[in-house]
Design a protein around this ligand. Structure first.
Ligand code: ZN
Length: 255
């Protein structure tokens, strides 16, 4: 009996977890369809690099690095630009920029797949991170020249799935995973779905009991003595208010 109850809890938990995971996947995809990619960036200089410079797994030389970050609800767009040292920008270098966790991740951990940019050309690297409440899926795009408004961001996509097939030509679906965000969102949505489901379930049973009806089948219990099982479905007419009591009562009935 205890085993059966534990099994039912496990099944219930697994269902909530699967639903939470599905929601955590669907949310960033939906956000990517809703939001067009950010095209306009202001930027801050973070480094002028004279010596060969290790960034992630790549070595860069002879470039100036800028970055910018823009946020919307459920979306963070990051842009990093390299440019040749001969074209130092005329805005001040920020010695200790306020880097967010996303910037840290973007700059120093796992991405930046490109080799040293071609000499004499600017290169913009942009990452669009989607998800709510935490960013969980992303894609990257890269452009070789010019200012961020200008480049054809659609070229050199990293994990960017074009939505053109479903008729939205300027959107891309992210296919790269930010595991910490995906796991956190899965937990958040699983708990939310579980609380809502159990809450609704208990509310409906409470509402039926309050009307003098069987909480399981809706049979009118006004002629049934208190504490006796429902004459229609045979299940107990009185139960504790929680799903714990319901599961326990169901398992007793099944044995
Ligand atoms: Zn009943």
């Amino acid at each position: 009996m205890t085993l059966r109850r534990a099994f039912r809890f496990a099944v219930l938990g697994a269902v909530f977890l699967i639903l939470g995971f599905a929601t955590a996947i669907i949310t960033p995809l939906a956000l990517a369809l809703v939001y067009p990619p950010v095209k306009s960036f202001r930027f801050q200089a973070i480094a002028y690099i004279d010596e060969p410079f290790q960034l992630g797994t790549e070595t860069f030389t002879g470039n100036t690095w800028e970055f910018d970050e823009q946020r919307r609800v459920g979306m963070t767009s990051l842009a990093v630009m390299t440019m040749p040292q001969t074209e130092r920008p005329n805005f001040p270098l920020i010695a200790s920029p306020d880097l967010s966790p996303e910037i840290d991740w973007f700059m120093f951990r796992s991405w930046l797949p490109h080799r040293v940019p071609e000499t004499g050309s600017n290169k913009w690297i942009r990452a669009n991170l989607y998800g709510w409440p935490f960013r969980s899926l992303w894609y990257g795009t890269i452009a070789n020249t010019g200012f961020p408004q200008t480049p054809p961001w659609t070229r050199h996509g990293y994990g960017a799935i074009s939505a053109a097939r479903i008729g939205i030509s300027d959107r891309f679906l992210p296919s790269r995973v930010l595991w910490h965000g995906l796991i956190a969102n899965t937990v958040v949505f699983s708990v939310a779905i579980g609380v809502l489901t159990i809450g609704l379930h208990n509310y409906l049973r409470w509402a039926l009991r309050r009307k003098g009806l069987c909480p399981h089948c809706g049979y009118d219990l006004s002629a049934t003595q208190g504490g006796k099982p429902c004459p229609e479905c045979g299940r107990p007419s009185r139960q504790s208010e929680t799903i714990v009591g319901t599961v326990a009562a169901d398992s007793r009935r099944d044995v």
